[in-house]
Design a protein around this ligand. Structure first.
Ligand code: UD1
Length: 421
């Protein structure tokens, strides 16, 4: 397995970086092409491990796939196999997003249950309950969820908590259902708006995506389209923190500032200068950083996918910060690794107390999830000496050309292929 080596305490990051397409928009959108038989062309698709996994899932169902990064062409004219096997689902929980589209297109689907996950139990009970309310019959057999339904029926779906994947599965399934579906307490993430924009251009009738109540009026069929994926707000936020922790000044291009409101607010509270432009954000960190109090929330609140990175920001602050993880029950996997680098962090329940400013020293570290790995890279940029980050495949799942992009802005970071060490 490759590793990433960072020479820390390098000069502040400077320059510009172009943000890639959003992983979490690309995944459901690729699944949604199942609903529209024909040649679908997606642009601005990030070249990532998770995107390859979902493309493989589509190929298993029978889609013809052409990878011309950043363009992906999916011809879904002839699909014949509504199955998502364990070998792929176990590597990426978001594989469950094929469930709604497969049932809507085939009237049946067999999708492996995802099983455990490093950041918490992450059940899919809400996805299944919603499909049941739409008339589907669901059975769990030999580790697979098997769903059958001649044609899904519109229904009133009230989620007890806003679930991103659950909202996306129901949204996709409801486009071809008979009658009207209403999702209340829907997740409001920008990726859901992007999915709804795609479905609408395919011919779906959707109102309210991006708010907490979504109405979908089912139609008989959808048509293939060309669609551009929105920018990745989490990749953007990660670079913003990278600039701040190195005391640098960088400009992000190809970004949507409106998707980053909560992140921008918290950065400004920490004393980082953030200037918003048209498709651009400039981040400059000149003086000392102030401590933070933050709680992760569903969008438009502060995203759980930025929690680990902000912990590294808090390590550089003058004083004590508190970060509460309210979405996932086990998402502090980066903390023991940061502590090994000299961080002073204590966890009580779902709250981490971070004592800043911490002097970090390079170490060999590894993490068991994507954003935790990103936080270790950020810590490596700030630390004295050399940091080695192992288990690079987590980063490859979600960050396109991370090493190249950071290098271009002056970081001293390189990837070492496994055969060289
Ligand atoms: C998505 C994102 C992930 C992000 C998360 C929260 C993708 C591919 N992944 O994950 O990066 O961290 O949103 O913003 O878009 N829950 C249940 N039952 C369910 C479904 C969810 O109890 O059936 C709970 C989860 O355990 C969690 C909360 O609801 O506590 C939110 O999870 P959810 O929004 O569904 O996350 P994902 O869609 O898996």
């Amino acid at each position: 397995m490759d590793k990433i080596v960072i020479e820390g305490a390098a000069s502040p990051l400077r320059g510009t970086v172009t943000v890639s397409g959003a992983k979490n928009a690309a995944l459901p959108i690729i699944c949604a092409t199942i609903l529209a038989p024909g040649r679908n062309v997606l642009t601005n698709v990030p070249r990532l491990g998770d995107v390859r996994t979902v493309v493989k899932l589509l190929a298993i169902t029978g889609a013809d796939v052409e990878l011309r990064w950043p363009e992906v062409v999916l011809d879904t004219t002839e699909l014949d196999n509504p199955v998502a096997p364990y070998e792929l689902v176990k590597t990426m929980r978001a594989a469950i997003l094929v469930l709604g589209p497969l049932v809507a297109r085939f009237g049946r689907a067999k999708v492996s249950l995802p099983g455990g996950c490093a950041i918490g139990a992450r059940p899919i009970n809400l996805h299944l309950r919603a499909l049941e309310a739409m008339g589907a019959q669901i059975a769990i057999r030999r580790g697979y969820v098997e769903v059958e339904c001649e044609r899904l029926q519109g229904a009133q779906i009230a989620f007890p908590v806003p679930t991103v994947g659950g909202t996306e599965n129901v949204l996709m399934a409801a486009t071809l259902a008979e009658g009207v579906t209403t999702i209340s307490n829907a997740a409001q993430e920008p990726e859901i708006e992007d999915l709804a924009a795609l479905l609408t251009s395919m011919g779906a009738k959707i109102e309210g995506a991006g708010t907490s109540v979504i109405h979908i009026e089912g139609v008989e069929s959808l048509s293939p389209v060309t669609h551009r994926i929105i920018p990745d707000r989490i990749e953007a936020g990660t670079f913003m923190v990278a600039a701040a922790v190195t005391g640098g000044e960088i400009t992000l291009q190809g970004v949507e500032p409106a998707h980053l409101t909560a992140v921008v607010e918290r950065m400004r509270e920490a004393g980082v200068e953030v200037t918003l432009g048209e498709g651009a954000i400039t981040v400059a960190s000149r003086g000392p950083l102030a401590p933070l109090e933050l709680v992760t929330e569903a969008h438009p609140g502060f995203p759980t996918d930025m929690q680990a990175q902000f912990m590294v920001l808090a390590l550089g602050a003058q004083g004590q910060s508190r970060i509460t993880e309210a979405i996932f029950e086990n998402r502090f996997m980066h903390v023991p690794e940061l502590v090994r680098m000299g961080a002073r962090i204590q966890i009580a329940g779902r709250t981490a107390t971070i004592q800043g400013p911490s002097t970090l020293e390079g170490a060999t570290v590894m993490a068991t999830d994507l954003r935790a790995s990103a936080s270790l890279i950020l810590a490596g940029l700030r630390a004295r000496g050399t940091t080695e980050v192992l288990r690079v495949y987590h980063l490859d799942r979600g960050y396109e050309n991370l090493v190249e992009k950071l290098n271009k802005m002056g970081a001293r970071i390189r990837r070492v292929p496994s055969e060289l060490y």
